[in-house]
Design a protein. Structure first.
Length: 284
């Protein structure tokens, strides 16, 4: 596996592959790799001949009060894991390689700008869209792989490639969980033992809310009670816990097929997010 840190080196490698007719898969990450990332890499290996993994903690998607400096970094371990997973090329740029002096172009996402994470993290998805646009262009990937754990991000990236006519196919990959249900996340590393024990309640509560909604209980009641239970369990804040339709992310008061329950909640210093589908019980 080659580890490449500059844009010209990446461009040269990708150009050679394309000349040889190789299909390229891109797996963008911020490093701190775990089983969720591994699932993305394996999905890419199944479909594509060459897999490019990117490790880049993108500063433009962090707000001024967010954890950019404290975001867990583990490059040596990440590269080792990537080798074990037969990644072909790891692209590990510094921020100045991606945004050199004089960089002045923004990608602005107006789509669902005031819902879910967009409401709590202003500018976050603009930063994601900016980095993803660059990585898609640089890698010239046929397919790019994103996790359903970050469902809103996945929808925004799908919209981005449609709106900007980027030819890459966007592939969504199901959420990988720990044995107790907690969605794998780099930020889980920042949880102390006491908070780690409480963290699976997030998945448990949204799953229960989803099942109550499927059985016909009022959506808002199910969501409010789930949020209250999280606070009782020890979460310090629930930023949102809502049922929305899966694609447009509009509030779903009486959810039909494809609704999901989404939540973001704070536990200790960590902000955890998760989402699950509302099962189709009523339709059966
Ligand atoms: P991150 O490094 O957290 O920015 O995540 C990089 C990619 O991995 C994103 O597409 C995430 O949605 C995806 N991802 C993160 N956690 C998981 C998980 N538990 N299961 C599946 N995909 C995940």
């Amino acid at each position: 596996m080659d580890v490449i840190r500059t844009v010209p080196e990446l461009a040269a490698r990708v150009a050679a592959w394309r000349e040889d007719g190789e299909r390229i898969g891109l797996v963008p990450t911020m490093g701190g790799l775990h089983g969720g990332h591994t699932r993305l890499i394996r999905a890419a290996k199944e479909r594509d001949e060459k897999v490019v993994l990117t490790l880049f903690v993108n500063p433009t998607q962090f707000g001024p009060d967010e954890d950019l400096a404290g975001y867990p970094r583990s490059e040596a371990e990440d590269l080792e894991l990537a080798r074990i997973e037969f990644v072909d090329l790891a692209f590990v740029p510094e921020a100045a390689e991606m945004y050199p002096p004089g960089f002045s172009t923004r990608v602005q996402v107006d789509y669902d700008e005031d819902v879910l994470c967009a409401a709590d993290r202003p500018g976050h998805f603009d930063g994601v869209a900016q980095a993803v646009t660059k990585l898609l262009n640089l890698s010239r990937a046929d397919s790019a792989y994103f996790g359903e754990k970050d469902w809103q991000q996945l929808q925004i990236v799908r919209k981005l490639v449609r709106d900007l006519n980027i030819a890459t196919r966007i592939v969504g990959v199901p959420t990988v969980r720990e044995g107790d249900g907690l969605a794998m996340s780099t930020r889980n590393r920042t949880l102390g033992a006491e908070h780690r024990a409480i963290a699976p309640r997030l998945f448990a509560e949204i799953t229960r809310a989803a099942s109550r909604i499927a059985q016909g209980e009022p959506t808002e009641l199910a969501c409010v009670e789930a949020a209250e239970n999280l606070i009782i369990a020890g979460f310090s804040d629930v930023e949102y816990l809502e049922c929305r339709d899966a694609e447009r992310l509009r509030i779903a008061p009486s959810p039909g097929h494809g609704a999901r329950v989404f939540a973001a909640a704070r536990l200790g210093g960590a902000r955890l997010i998760d989402n699950v589908p509302v099962p189709d019980l009523l339709a059966r």
